[in-house]
Design a protein around this ligand. Structure first.
Ligand code: PMP
Length: 428
């Protein structure tokens, strides 16, 4: 059995069955924006490997930090032990986050970071004397991960609900924030989506522990960009009803939107923040849940006074070292200029797609470019086209999108946008 036959028979792929798992490209090396395949072909990773390889693959500074750490201490447990990589990373995160949002829980992946956030919210509410606050609320069109509770807060139609519906706890959903990022904000709550939130909290607020959403950019749930002012109104409503606010910045964090965090478009500080993906520059799995000191205080002062979560690989030193090196690459303001440049080029070069018959919408924010089609894309054809175009794209449903590494050069970005226009043109 050759390698690909073995892969096909024995290795489960994301969101796939074992019978017809779909074709795969066999990657043997990754460097910068380039993926090299077993047959020597090369393609640009226009997806930053699902948002995470912000500085490109195998970045020398991140690799050096990881190698040094690997040679010293790849892993030790975090119970009863601590280490410099965890502390150094913690210092960097605290320095870049809003004041008070500074109690860090390290974990293994984005979904787990969301689980931890939900558990924190629940425990803080119980500790504050609200044991009935056991439900959660969110917006439609969201995505928060594939673990059980995170899954129940993904969009009920496009998420996992169809598959696991009856086994999932029903949570409270309101409409996705209706005003697009670049439209004028409408103060009328009936039109800006906030009256539905107000009604929900009025009716069920006393049973809701927290409201969770992705600030500004809804990623895997639909690649939508909404107006940041929604977050200001949401914060006020949550405060009025004693509901905690959780921001999931797992996809948006670390410069992707043009701001360090998407929440920086407005001065809204959540009670709990989830980070992941680009945290390590995509070099190794890692995530963090950051609680506001008030949440941490409530949990710690309550009974039993401990957060009941402690993964085996919590604060993995190798991942911490990668994350610190990745954050060091975001020091200074160079990345802002880079993301602005990518944004401008995506705007210009994707604009012609608007006139294609099969295209519903084209939108760009920071280093994220989206072509929304009227009909679902032929994913197998797009997959095969990657070899021809030298650009790896992985659409879902009607969405063809790219979030290239920040190190993508203008000529490489043109290859990406050209491939996207070609694909969008097929169904024109
Ligand atoms: N939240 C958001 C906003 C995400 O985009 C993702 C991953 N696509 C997750 C959570 C889950 O992260 P992970 O896949 O690392 O578990």
């Amino acid at each position: 059995m050759d390698a690909l036959q073995f892969d096909r028979r024995h290795l489960w792929r994301p969101y796939a069955g074992m019978r017809e798992p779909g074709p795969v490209h066999h990657v043997v090396e990754a460097e910068g924006v380039w993926l090299t395949l077993a047959d020597g072909a090369r393609m640009i990773d226009a997806m930053s490997s699902w948002w995470c390889a912000a500085h490109g693959h195998r970045h020398p500074q991140i690799v050096a930090a990881m190698t040094a750490q690997l040679n010293r201490m790849p892993h030790v447990m975090f119970g009863g032990l601590t280490h410099d990589p965890a502390i150094d990373l913690g210092r960097r995160l605290v320095a870049m986050l809003p004041e008070g949002l500074d109690r860090i829980f390290y974990s293994d992946s984005g979904s787990v970071a969301v689980e931890v956030a939900l558990k924190m919210a629940l425990q803080a509410q119980v500790a504050r004397g609200f044991p009935a606050r056991t439900a959660f609320a969110t917006v439609r069109g969201g995505y928060h991960g594939d673990t059980w509770k995170a899954m129940s807060l993904c969009d009920p139609d496009t998420g996992m609900h169809g598959q696991y519906g009856r086994a999932l706890q029903i949570e409270h959903f309101v409409a996705a924030p209706p005003i697009p990022f670049d439209a004028d904000w409408d103060e009328d709550p009936a039109r800006n989506g906030l009256s539905e939130v107000a009604q929900l909290l009025q009716a069920h607020g006393e049973r809701i522990a927290a409201f969770i959403l992705e600030p500004v950019v809804q990623g895997a749930g639909g690649m939508r960009f909404y107006h940041p002012a929604y977050l200001t109104g949401l914060r006020a409503l949550c405060d009025a009803h004693g509901v905690l606010l959780i921001f999931d910045e797992i996809a948006t964090g670390f410069g992707r939107t043009g701001r360090m965090f998407a929440m920086d478009f407005v001065n809204v500080v959540p009670d709990i923040l989830c980070l992941g993906k680009a945290l390590t520059g995509g070099h190794i799995t890692f995530a963090a849940t950051v609680a506001h000191e008030t949440v941490a205080e409530s949990i710690s002062a309550g009974s039993p006074g401990v957060l009941m979560h402690g993964p085996t690989f919590m604060a993995n030193p190798l991942a911490c070292a990668a994350a610190s090196a990745s954050l060091d690459l975001l020091q200074g303001d160079d990345w802002r200029e880079t993301v602005r440049r990518i944004e401008a080029q995506l705007q210009t070069e994707l604009a012609p797609a608007r006139s294609l018959a099969g295209v519903q919408d084209v939108r760009v924010l920071g280093a994220i470019g989206v072509i929304e089609m009227k009909a679902p894309l032929d994913t197998s054809r797009v997959h095969a086209f990657a070899k021809t175009s030298g650009v790896f794209l992985r659409p879902f449903g009607r969405l063809l999108y790219a979030m290239p590494p920040y190190v993508t050069r203008p000529d490489e970005l043109t290859r990406i946008t050209t491939a996207m226009l070609d694909i969008a043109g097929w169904s024109a």
